[in-house]
Design a binder for this molecule. Sequence first.
Ligand SMILES: Nc1nc2c(ncn2[C@@H]2O[C@H](COP(=O)(O)OP(=O)(O)O)[C@@H](O)[C@H]2O)c(=O)[nH]1
Ligand SMILES: [Mg+2]
Length: 437
Amino acid sequence: MLNKLQRIMEKVRKSNVVDKDLINEVTKEIQRILIQSDVSVTLVKELTDKIKKKAEKQELPKGVSRKEHLTKIIYNELKDILGGEEYKPRIESHDVLLVGLYGHGKTTTTSKLANYYSKRGLKTAMITTDTYRPAAYEQLQQLGQKINIKAHGHPQEKNAQKALKKALKETEEHEVRIVDSAGRDNVNKELLKEIKDIKKALQPEETFLVLSADIGQTAKDLAEKFNEEIGITGIITTKTDTSAKAGGTLTACREAEAPVAFIGTGEKIEDFKTFNAEKFVSQLLGQPDLGELLKRVKRATEETEISIEDLMKKDYNLEIFYKQLKAMNKMGSMSKILGMMGITKKIPQEDLQATQEKMQKYKYILDSMTDEELREPKKINKSRKERISKGAGVTEAEVNELIKHFNRSKKIMKRMQQGKMREMKGVMKKMKGKNLF
Ligand SMILES: Nc1nc2c(ncn2[C@@H]2O[C@H](COP(=O)(O)OP(=O)(O)O)[C@@H](O)[C@H]2O)c(=O)[nH]1
Ligand SMILES: [Mg+2]
């Protein structure tokens, strides 16, 4: 999945024009890659439809090229099917239970997790309840030696719950206890009963299902089954380094509404990290400057946006005034919106809008002002006005006009702030998605 997606993004980067043909080609290619990664066909179809629809829309945020726009759309949509918020590890006392099928990496992950918490200053112990496989305890002990963390186990005990209870007594003064459990080849009654018993005795804060990345879409059924039967708080996806199906596994977990907390990225103990969909997708797309690009797109969108915080600021100033004018101009007419907010008093049209020409002049004037003047226009006296008009190449009358305009706006803003805060917030929220501001 990795190299292929990078290749297709390279194509986008190198293309001269982003037209329907390219969009078609790119979405088709993404479709192929995702299906090969074992992402469900329905999901792939949904995703590529969305990408296509958004990419073909004519409107572009200012200052963003169609190429950048397309990249961002692909990035966003991929991120969306892969996962939401990044998992926040508990850096505090807690018990963790790892469950799953045989061979998925539970024991390895037990040591990885132990190392993770121990490195963050928590006194950590590992416990095995795997009384099923004879060498399980030794495996954990060996892993523990590498990281200097003791493995607790009672292999002579045939009952997993009993073995756990003994180990819990030995590890009472530890802050984090990670409990490994035995797997089976498939989810059967015996396995579920064993895990339920362990869970009852441990009462863990976290129960992670360990799933190997090579199972692809099957992850969905497993995640749902384990969640139903025993309740899990998250998933740890292992072997993301070895499998082309990692994307399928991660999206399947998302479909099962089971958040992926950590991922294993190799056999070594340090090959382990919290799962971050954003970083994962950046890597998939091989876009080293993706972060920068996204910031730029965001800035470009924000420049013509005006936030509710700005409007509600007590110290309404010239900077906000200018931003507001720009936003209002973009929207055409403000009166409808004011009407929606219940402000029906007649406000002269000129107070709400300014012509392009006027805006250009205003910009020159504002550019000639000091920061102090922008923040506190009251301080602009006659001699300052003279200086500003010279600097901006406009007449003093024009500077006066801007200040007058500003003062009128200030009054309107004050009126709006009084009592209209609530409604306005509601209206703003509704309008946000419409990209009016
Ligand atoms: N490449 C790679 N191998 C892993 C990863 N996690 C586990 N393994 C390997 O998977 C195999 C099974 O792991 P184990 O922890 O014994 O699985 P368990 O049966 O669930 O306890 C071992 O050979 C591990 O080294 C990983 O993130 N990447
Ligand atoms: Mg094991």
